[in-house]
Design a protein around this ligand. Sequence first.
Ligand code: AMP
Length: 319
Amino acid sequence: MRPTGKLHLGHVVGALKNWVELQERYRSFHFIADWHALTSDFADTSEIDQFRTEMMIDWLAAGLDPQKSVLFVQSAVPEHAELHLLFSMITPLGWLERVPTYKEQRDNVIDKDLGNYGFLGYPVLQAADILMYRADAVPVGEDQVPHVELTREIGRRFNSLYGQVFPEPQALLTPVPRLPGLDGRKMSKSYGNDISLSDSPETIHAKVRTMMTDPARKRRHDPGNPELCPVFSYHKIYSSRETQATVDRECRTAGIGCVECKKWMSDGLVRELSPLLERRRDYAGRRQEIGEIIEDGNRRAAQEAGETMQAVRQAMKMT
Ligand code: AMP
């Protein structure tokens, strides 16, 4: 995850929830991708240090356990930069220009300069991040699937040129791999359509009231289709089965209006978030402990990265 600001709900349901479950079954590595943050936010780095700490606090509050998962900071393991450089030599430009997120972000993000090499090379760095730990599985949201695919291609190319070093990792999606934002597009801070973990309950209720719904429901008595409504995808996560069934029925018959439907959903959302936010407040007062967790994670990641780079340098005859 890139430390570009407070986490939003998309990060929680698209990635973090999954990570917490997977740490019971997998040997997991999770890192704060501060170099990746620079691909779009290079001009002002004044807040990145604060964001790194905040992100670790969010992770711990969500239930990531530093005893079970290795939690670290990308820039603290410079082997990532070395592997990125080596991969950049064997990655054809055309592969990068075809990555869907490259085009999508260039079209949608208007307030940042994305015309730099680093932004085009983003997935090459990501391939280095993943293959550094010789990962079999990568728990990500749907937007990242093409990056995992490209990672496999880069790994395959490396293996065919220099000999077998890397496995072929697969993406592991959550049940909600793409959470829509307030305007129906993917929730993203850069689109300004997000609900952040730092929003107060009042802000959450107010934001939900502005959410886009099924465009067919222009007036109160127009029936709608919940499957076309972003609010309903939130009900599926945050409301009881009973509420979901009621909303499904009453939306189709215009029995309830969107205002009521949204209120039920935001009540459930605020209720579900509150234990996480309480744990967050607790961790926020334990800065020294957070620092020690990061140091320990950095050490464990560097050990693994060192072993991989030895194998890579040997395979490339660059020892
Ligand atoms: P990023 O902030 O782009 O570094 O994203 C970190 C992780 O959160 C990635 O695995 C993304 O796929 C996931 N993610 C971000 N936004 C969403 C969203 N709206 N829905 C589902 N997953 C998301």
